[in-house]
Structures are given as structure tokens and as C-alpha cells.
Design a protein around this ligand. Sequence first.
Ligand code: SF4
Length: 239
Amino acid sequence: MHEQEIEAANELLGHAPPQEVLRWAVKRFHPRLLMATAFGAEGCCIIHMLSEIEKGVKLINLETGYQFPETLALRETLREKYGMTVEYILPETTVSEYEKQHAGPLYEVNPEQCCFDRKVKPLKAAMERIQPLAWISAIRKDQTVNRSTNAGVIQWDAKFGVVKVNPLLNWNKGQVWKHILDHGVPYNEMHERGFPSIGCWPCTRAVRPGEDDRAGRRAGQAKKECGLHVIDEKEGSGI
Ligand code: SF4
């Protein structure tokens, strides 16, 4: 997709409802349209929208082996309700093999390497295998400063060489939850227990009142944006 086409798409869809953005993406890219989801509230919202547009869109989840049981259960609930199966993308090793290799859990001493081995590397391999032309991200503009300054509804993802579609970019958290409740969309029950953002269990904690939604991710570490989410001019990826 050329720069001019991305610009034109943004002019057309920059303020459009998410469903319209998804309809455009399905028409333009399906069957080479991909969505990677960690089953957050936004991701569930998009899966519901896609189920009414095109159930055949390829959905993947980076199953690091460290996800919460509630997250894994939600995959089944969504499959039963919408008839859309989210494919697990697995790392090269199981958790026990990995921890044996590193004489213990690597997330404690080198979380960057752990994320690389169990998220980034498997995702790259999956992208090479699936060869999408575009992928859908569930990011919202108001989630971080980085996202608000760099993202467009349609953008070029130089890291993976695909178009990135951000249908919920202009929605706020309230709009996401209104959609979920209005349409009875299944969501992770941990959201009701103080977990607004849910990743791997060793790197996620409940947030305290007044804290930022992502404060509970990668708890205790300065870096809150996993490498997959960082958006800059060179690397516009994110799930
Ligand atoms: S989020 Fe934590 S447990 Fe999950 S892959 Fe990254 S470092 Fe490992």
C-alpha cells in the first residue's frame, strides 16, 4: 500500500466508527488480514465487530505459557459465542523446558529476553508464515502519550512491512465498555478484580485506585510498553 493510499484511507476513515474501519479493512485485505489479540477489553470488542462482518479473519494470540487461566478460558468463550477461533502462537519451548534452560524463570532476571523469546520471536515467525498484508490492532489513542502522538487509524508498520489498522484509536475506555455491555460481549472477569490491562501473570498486578491502567503491567519495572507495542516512526507495530 503506497503512502498516498494510506493518507487517502486516513482521510476517509480517520473519524469513522470502528465497524466502518473494519469493513474497509476486510474489503481491502481479507483473506490476508490478521489480528493479534491478548483478549483485552478492546480486543474482545473488535472480535465481536468482526464476527458481524467477516468470521474468517485470521486471529492469533501469543500464548507465552504464562497467561492467566482466565485469559485462556476467554478464548474458548469467544469461540463458542462467535464461532471464531483464535490460533495460539507458541514459543519454541514449553515453560518448564525454558525455565530448565535458564536455571529458573527468566522473567525475574531478564524480562526483555523472556519477552523476546516468548512473544517477539514467535510473532515474527508467525508473520512470516501467515504473510498478512495488514493487521488489526486494538490500541486506543488515550492509552499512552506515545500512542497519542504517533498512531493513525491506518498506518504503515515498518517493523513487519504491513499496514496496521487501528479501528478503536479514537475511542475512549468508556466507549469500549459501553459497546461490551450493550452487546453482551464476553470479557476477562479479571477486569472486575482491578486488572484493567492483563498480560502474563508474572508481569501483571492489580492497579491501585488512581493509578494508570497500564501501571499493573510489567510491575516494578520502568518500561511499561512491551517491545511489541512501542510505536515510533521506524517501528510502528503493536498488539
Ligand atoms: S510479559 Fe513477562 S512472563 Fe510474559 S513473556 Fe514477557 S517477561 Fe516473560
